[in-house]
Design a protein around this ligand. Sequence first.
Ligand SMILES: Nc1ncnc2c1ncn2[C@@H]1O[C@H](COP(=O)(O)OP(=O)(O)OP(=O)(O)O)[C@@H](O)[C@H]1O
Ligand SMILES: N[C@@H](CCO)C(=O)O
Length: 308
Amino acid sequence: MKESIRVFSPATVANVACGFDVLGFALESPGDEIEVRRRDEPGFTVINKTADTVFPGDVNKNTAVVSLKAYLEHLGSEDGFEITFHSKIKPGSGIGSSSASAAASVFAVNELLGRPLAQTDLVQFAMQGEKAAAGVAHADNVAPALLGGFVLVRSYDPLDLIQIPYPEELYCTIIHPQIEVKTEDARKILRKGITLKDAVTQWGNIAGLIAGLMKGDYPLIGRSLKDVIIEPIRSMLIPGFDEVKEAALANGALGASISGSGPSMFALSSSLETAQQVAQAMTKTFSQFEIENHSYVSKINKQGPKIL
Ligand SMILES: Nc1ncnc2c1ncn2[C@@H]1O[C@H](COP(=O)(O)OP(=O)(O)OP(=O)(O)O)[C@@H](O)[C@H]1O
Ligand SMILES: N[C@@H](CCO)C(=O)O
């Protein structure tokens, strides 16, 4: 059996406006690149070869280790592993940095061990990494990170993951304002209750978004990419949010909202040209608020993690 493996695990956009905690999709780039090597003795080591990522001091709080421990415990294995990070999504960015690591390690070791578990069965362990990062075992980043594409979390108990077809011509613009918002903090500020009116609007939109993706109905996708519950609260953490969102829509985006818990924003477009125009418009608008930022366009990642 191989003693080491190098894998890529994708960034992800969770919530997707109206699907808080239940919908996410994977991006072709960026992502985490890690190498996992079996150790001669039990335990875990993390080697950081990235240029600018600072990991938690306690290796056992690293989401890659937390998820891998849960996976190995399930298998009854006491093997130890060394995890080397070669590249890393910036933590707290809103595109699933904690998730990419949690998914990468379980995918890598499952491959090293000859795939004792199916890919879908790895999600439950990667969720433990998210719980360590944000206090809640949400699956809307790790499920698309491991399965690729758009994934609906139909149910958490029991875990029921549904891969959702989407139109081939779908492009995501991501913009990262240079501010950090931790998921844990962005969850604490949410209201504990919602009105029935908002609930009806939200579940109409999430159903419409799923239907639009499956039918390749761009106007329906656009009409449904609206969030009346989470965005009104979390957008207060992102200076210029309303103006940047308006700029995206004015330049042809189907819809735009907060990526995950923020501060990144995402916009979906039906062509690469539009997505690039949207990126320019969002960057220009954020810059008017004197917030450093960078933006890029990514296609949807079909496959999830891959062996390098
Ligand atoms: N391998 C890791 N990669 C990234 N963050 C990690 C990792 N291990 C632990 N963490 C911790 O998780 C937190 C980052 O996770 P958080 O969910 O806040 O950001 P994110 O995953 O980039 O955003 P989002 O979940 O909204 O997409 C930080 O406190 C970071 O220290
Ligand atoms: N659904 C999670 C995603 C975090 O990326 C949240 O919004 O808190």
